[in-house]
Design a protein around this ligand. Structure first.
Ligand code: ZN
Length: 204
């Protein structure tokens, strides 16, 4: 399989890339170290929670995670990406906004800074983030996210573009999430045809 993009994203850095309709991005942790954030131009977290909740429950309930088979939506509620096979103890959180520079004492770029760079927009324009390899517990008081997660080498998420879109990934610079240690992410973009010829024996 020839990947259109096959890049390493070191901890604390980001990557922006264009996806054509039908292309799939696979984000993995070869060493089982840490997660990060994913976004695309126009991604709307609130609409995504609502659209998937309607689909699943038939009423206006919200989901907290974007699991395989769910879609990521824009501000019109249109599906822009579909979540494909994923493997990790942690899930694809669609509650958090991602971290940002000001929360770090040393002022290092956070996921919002890295993603904004990758998308080519101002940080304030980000309307949605998907944080992958994240665990949470929920009760009536709070969404208690960023809980302990057990990440294994090769854990991954896959997302398929349903239309042409600019996307970005960050390898989160946060060093205090239980179960995360700084490491590289691998980002591979493949076409639909490549995925089909590669489907046997890949992805759980
Ligand atoms: Zn982050």
């Amino acid at each position: 399989m020839m990947a259109l993009t096959d890049a390493t994203v070191a901890s604390g850095t980001g990557l922006g890339f264009d996806l054509a309709a039908g292309e799939t991005v696979r984000i993995s942790t070869p060493g089982g170290e840490q997660g990060g954030d994913f976004s695309f131009l126009g991604f709307d977290q609130a609409m995504t929670r609502n659209v998937n909740g309607w689909k699943r429950f038939g009423r206006p309930w919200l989901v907290f995670s974007a699991d395989p088979g769910m879609v990521l939506c824009d501000g019109e509620g249109e599906a822009v990406m579909e979540v494909g096979p994923c493997r990790c103890d942690g899930r694809n959180d669609i509650m958090y906004p991602g971290c940002w520079s000001e929360i770090y004492g040393d002022g290092r770029p956070g996921c919002r800074d890295l993603i904004a760079d990758g998308l080519g927009i101002e940080r304030a324009e980000i309307s949605g983030m998907l944080s992958f390899f994240v665990n949470a517990e929920i009760d009536t008081t709070a969404y208690r996210g960023l809980g302990r997660v057990d990440i294994e080498p090769g854990d991954h998420i896959t997302l398929r573009a349903l239309r042409d879109v600019r996307a970005a990934v960050s390898a989160c610079p946060d060093m205090e999430i239980p179960g995360w240690t700084p490491g590289d992410l691998r980002v591979e973009v493949t076409s639909l045809r490549d995925r089909m010829s590669n489907d046997q024996g890949e992805d759980q």
